[in-house]
Design a protein around this ligand. Structure first.
Ligand code: AVJ
Ligand code: FE
Length: 442
């Protein structure tokens, strides 16, 4: 195993925990207590559940597991156990009131920072030590910060969050081609060395990918609108059977939050109704919609392996990199992450984040649906608990890659795997398309 720079990791852990808490505080302080305890959608928890769940997970993993402390409030564990209680049921639980939830989370954090200051971060293997536990907890909080941002998007009424400025796009922000050839051959998928990689990203393994062509940018609202206007939602042949059922049962005719009004398409975005921004990646589509669009376009969704190869493979060295642009951490010039902007940048933005093959926006902006089911890699070992990933493996969940504007860099990298049900539309998901190489391309 690589040597661990424990001072560096300690500093990164403090920063990651602090950044996450600033986000959590913002998301839970811009609405009143009544809104914190109410359920804005049966798909989501009340925000106050997320808040105390964040604190409770941190208490369990950092204070009890790493530091061997006693439970602070053993009676609340069950209330904040995501597996005991589905989201729809959470408002009926005996939840900590907002003030209590805040002080519990703050109390846990104070103690966790104390543990971090005094623990040896080099203990154990790559997964077992405190070094991993702190990274895992920072990622966990950021994942819930994304979840809470989804709750904000689903919430009715005027905006609660102050809208930050949109991403600024450099004038030369257009990729030189609409699609690029990703060469066939093996590449290293997954990781065994990234210190904060989660169980499902491990271990690194060789994967063979045949040559294919991939969009250099996510599919735009303008392109998706052509699918709509071509009758895409009325034509069963574009749809997987369960997707077509969904279209008919729910009368779907556009992405979630869109409405046709006064002769144009508008959408509700964080409490504001705006014309659908044609140059931005399409957002809030289910896997079924992404799959149908791709079929209509004569293309298909990329597999997870194809996506990761495009995002990590360096054709010069033959090595897999941490990110499309190399091994350096994300910066605001490379990717739209961390809720800095509450929307994706126009398609083709972020030349600074381009891969060696010329693919843009693989990391940040919108989560990208892939064609793949969420399955374990060869050699997978569940860690630290089966309920993190192992119980979700199987054909019910599709993999999403790349991260959205709503996720922080700590929970996003070339190997990071997200998953959800193919019907889900409230998540910050879009997609890009791929196709097989044909003779005409040679
Ligand atoms: C990886 C985003 C699917 O939100 O269900 C949060 C992350 N796991 N708490 C989820 C997670 C436990 C997970 N996703
Ligand atoms: Fe959680």
């Amino acid at each position: 195993p690589p040597e661990v720079d424990s001072e560096g990791l300690r500093k990164r852990a403090v920063e990651a925990l602090t950044t996450a808490r600033a986000r959590t505080d913002l998301l839970t302080s811009c609405v009143d207590d009544g809104e914190l305890i109410s359920q804005h959608s049966p798909l989501m928890s009340p925000l106050v559940w997320d808040l105390a769940h964040i604190g409770n997970q941190e208490e369990q993993w950092l204070l009890r597991n790493v530091a061997g402390r006693q439970a602070m409030r053993p009676e609340i564990d069950s209330v904040y156990d995501a597996f005991e209680h589905p989201r729809a049921e959470r408002p009926t639980l005996p939840l900590l009131a907002p003030a209590e939830a805040r002080s519990y989370a703050a109390d846990v954090r104070g103690r966790a920072l104390d543990v971090l200051e005094h623990s040896a971060l080099d203990g154990g293997g790559p997964l077992m030590g405190a070094a991993f536990a702190f990274g895992m907890i920072a990622q966990h909080e950021q994942q819930h910060d994304e979840t809470m941002l989804i709750t904000h998007q689903l919430r009715r009424g005027p905006a609660a969050l102050h809208a930050p400025p949109p991403p600024s796009v450099p004038a030369h922000a257009v990729p030189s081609a609409a699609e690029v050839l990703v060469p066939g051959g093996p590449f290293t998928m997954g990781t065994s060395v990234e210190p904060w990689a989660l169980d499902n990203e491990r271990p690194a393994h060789a994967t063979f990918v045949p040559p294919f062509l991939l969009d250099t940018a996510p599919v735009s609202n303008a392109a998706y609108l052509r699918f709509i206007e071509d009758g895409g939602y009325r034509e069963p042949r574009w749809w997987a059977a369960p997707g077509w059922d969904l279209v008919r049962t729910h009368g779907l005719n556009a992405p979630l939050f869109w409405r046709h009004e006064g002769g144009q398409w508008v959408r509700r975005h964080f409490g504001v109704t705006e014309p659908v921004p044609l140059d931005e990646p399409v957002l809030h589509v289910s896997w079924y919609e992404a799959d149908a669009y791709a079929r209509w376009a004569g293309r298909r969704l990329p597999s997870e392996a194809e996506w990761e190869k495009a995002a990590r493979f360096d054709p010069v060295s033959g090595r897999s990199m941490r990110y499309p642009w190399g091994d350096a951490d994300p910066t605001p010039e490379r990717a739209n992450l961390g809720q800095r902007h509450l929307r994706p940048a126009p398609v083709g933005a972020y030349p600074g984040g381009e891969s060696p093959l010329g693919v843009r926006q693989l990391v940040g902006d919108v989560w990208e649906w892939t064609s793949s089911d969420f399955l374990p890699y060869p050699g997978f070992a569940p860690f630290p608990y089966r309920e993190y990933s192992a119980v979700f493996f199987g054909p019910a969940h599709k993999v999403l890659r790349g991260g959205s504007f709503a996720v922080d860099a700590v929970a996003c990298r070339g190997t990071f795997r997200n998953w959800d049900l193919p019907v889900r539309r409230q998540i910050f998901a879009g997609f890009r398309t791929a196709r097989d190489l044909t003779e005409g391309d040679l």
